[in-house]
Design a protein. Sequence first.
Length: 543
Amino acid sequence: MTAVAPHEASPLPVRPQLADGVQICPPVEEDLPWTVRLGDSRYFRIGADLARAAARLDGRRTVDQIADDLGAPWNAAAVEQAVTSLDKGGLIEREEKTRRSTGRLKFVPPLTIQLTVTRSGDRIARAMASVFRMSVSTFFRICTTLGLLGAVVLAMSYGTIAQIAREPLPLAHLLWIALALSATTVLHELGHAWVLHRSGGRCGRMGVMLLYLVPAMFCDVSDSWRLRPNQRVRVALAGVAVQGATGGTAAIASLLLPPSVGHAVLLYAIANYIAGAVNVLPFIKLDGYIAFMSHVDRPNLRRTSMQSIKHRLVGFLEGRRTDDGLPGWIPWFGLACVATPIVIAARAAGRWLQTLVSLGLFGSFIAASVLMLLATVAVKAAIAAVRQLRRSDSRPARMLGLTVAALAAVIGLGLVPVPTSETAAYRIDSAGTATLVVPEGSVPPDLRVGDKVTLNRNGFLGHTETGSATVTSVDAVPTEISLDAVMPVSDSGLLVKGKAYRLTLDRRPADNVGSVTVNERTIPMAAWAKSRLVDPALHPFSG
């Protein structure tokens, strides 16, 4: 990502020159706009006249000479205005060097880390195009057909899905599903690259990333802004189409396989459909957002919509009516863009922090680092908001009212009751002795003698209660337990260390190992956030 320092305070160069990495791109078709590419992924739309002027900024001619070269209606003032416009976008070379990220590791605000594997996905796309010569329309028809047929199979298999979703999977099957999903993610990104190439564009960087703490891959399709809106929509949805076709094919194939394998293939199909559904959400920077932005033909829609919220808030505080000329749905879209990443990051953090701390001190260090990153992003956002408000000519009474309302909202949200529980594992040995086991590194539940717990069978998409027990001792004893009790797997043959607490069985469960639900209760959301997000990361450092 290019970081551009503001240049308003320094004069324009006498002999202006385009910055390194800037390329003037002619339109793919005659009636489309010209574009300027800066680096790998930043594009600016410009008119044909400005493109003519930009092409002459070679550092050898003055503004007057460029105006003479362009001829009427250009003059020195018009050329200087054009150079100023390009300079605001960081497109003009400066003595003070523009900082650009040239490494493979890249941080994209608010919470995405990208690692570039290849800087030119177009070479791969060209190779694919030489093999797959079908049209883009044919590609989407095939993917849609397979996706719909697979959806019909899933609907017909509802009873089977409900059963296997709450059953543990053999570890080998779970590993194969994870491997297949990784391969499908690669195909997803290659789908973007292939459709972009077939549409006349050039694929940029490809690699892996952490998107709001969730592992994923990326493919830079910024060059699609040179295409028509409907073509950009197709480029954006190509990955989802691949995922739908893959999931549909797997669902159909599951009907032809023996149940021991077919059930795993069916779960793989479901995972593809879920991934595709998440991808089409328009409120985060995934395929759905790019498709929607392309459909309405508004570049930087997310940034524009969030800026619209800021402008309207500042206008309210200043006691004036704000009309930014944007459609009425834009601010609401911005609110959704603000809220959705917060929800995703919180859920991802709550899911992964507990897993990380179970890996010991190293995992706890990573968990604490993730927590610090989340806190840093939140603090930076708060500081930026305060600075924005301080720069405005706000009325004190309205500022005070907003501050009180914001504090009341935060306090009220923190007091909202939410259901919660704690999870551990259980084991019943050959003698029939039952114990509750907390894996090493996990935060131990608050146990008391006489507490009632439920014993569950772990499943791939949930768990099923099969028994109950009572805590009879809170004295922890070091032990080892099968991984099958901690994860929804069977026949793993792996053991994890932990601490055991004695149980008395009230209702014997169906399995000798599984998960335990402890302390089912309702607590304020602030307490829930502390127990799920803060305590797991800090527990190993608390002594």
